[in-house]
Design a protein around this ligand. Sequence first.
Ligand SMILES: *Cc1c(COP(=O)(O)O)cnc(C)c1O
Length: 436
Amino acid sequence: MADIFTGPEPRLGDLLVARPALSMHARDGLCFEGVPLNAIADQYGTPVWVYGAGSMRARFAALRDAFRQQDLPVHIHYAVKANDHLAILDIFRQAGAGADVVSLGEFLRAQRAKIAAQDIVYSGVGKASAEIEAALSQGVGQFNVESAEELEMISALATRLGSTASIVLRMNPDVNAGTHAKITTGLAENKFGIPAADVPALYARASTLPGIVIHGLALHIGSQILSPAPYAAAYSKAAEMVRALRAQGLEVMVLDLGGGIGIGYHDEPGMNLAAFAAMVKQTVGGLGVKLLLEPGRYLVGPAGLLLASVVLQKQAGKRFVVLDAAMNELMRPALYESWHGILPVDPALFYEPVSPGDVVGPVCESADCFAKDRELPSLPPGTRVAILDAGAYGAVMSSTYNARPRAASVLIDNGQVMLITPRQKPEDLWMDEILP
Ligand SMILES: *Cc1c(COP(=O)(O)O)cnc(C)c1O
């Protein structure tokens, strides 16, 4: 995030060095997982989302192995909202992950990707009764309950359906995750979770309610967290809570540690996974609870990029590089002022002298800007750029604003490129509309 990163802007070469899945070749130009991006743009057009299955598997394995090193079993539930593509859910299912969902739509998607209902955790501050009913009747593994009101609602619905809901209570630990205000969720002022002071009474109540089996606690303090410190504060509070509940004679068997593990959007390292796992072991490892983790961004962010073409370069006091991709594809810069690395794909351009320019899209909003005063070489019309680390909270947030058809998506797997979402046709935009 531009507002919390304080280092100097990385140079193009630094961006490349920090990302082993990217390489620059004298003839083929910029490659991702060994595949030339120009070849993908030639075949599928631009803008196009490019995902790397190898990167996703490697990131999943790195996280799993960090906990294996600590001899600490954790169950990884991929946070579907980061990137909900069926092909991506399939990769994580095969790797052994469950899913964390925040809507019935995500629940159904996860099931469509053959993730068993039992392996799905259902979070979210406003689950509607129809959503709860549908998930319950499909046998959802766990609801993360965010309020007293929701607890009563789930109890009533489960009782009526003659089923039993497995739940945990999401406690709000009131810690500052040190991240962007729009992605902080664990402060008392945020809408998420149950204030710690209310947890013991609500836990006791849940253990008496019909239709409910309470297994433990959950917490999720925010997103794009780069240091173990805020987690340590939150997990210590959770451990304290587990001990307090047990002292009251209540049974606690599950602790859902949430997601939020951050990645390096510049050339800084992301979360140190070894330090993270060691911190988890130290704070909650001795509780004898089943541990769940809900990472999203960490698993998919660096495993995807948005490939775009330059429409034109405009001189208007300053240089504007206008792309054929826009905020309707990647909204993060407009929504969070987030910083994404941008690399030219052409090998000759990569080594040209750089000068500042704004990289923008064609949408009629001033917020439609990917980068301000970015040091880039001259980028002639028709040349391509890669907008990096766009695998998380990219395509899922995209829209068809300005009647821009949805971009295509491809997946690279072992050097093979597969189309996983065709480019939308303009007439698809109004296909479902009714003209009176
Ligand atoms: C968004 C979210 C996650 C995933 O967050 P990341 O920052 O992508 O890891 C996990 N759990 C819950 C409850 C969330 O809302």
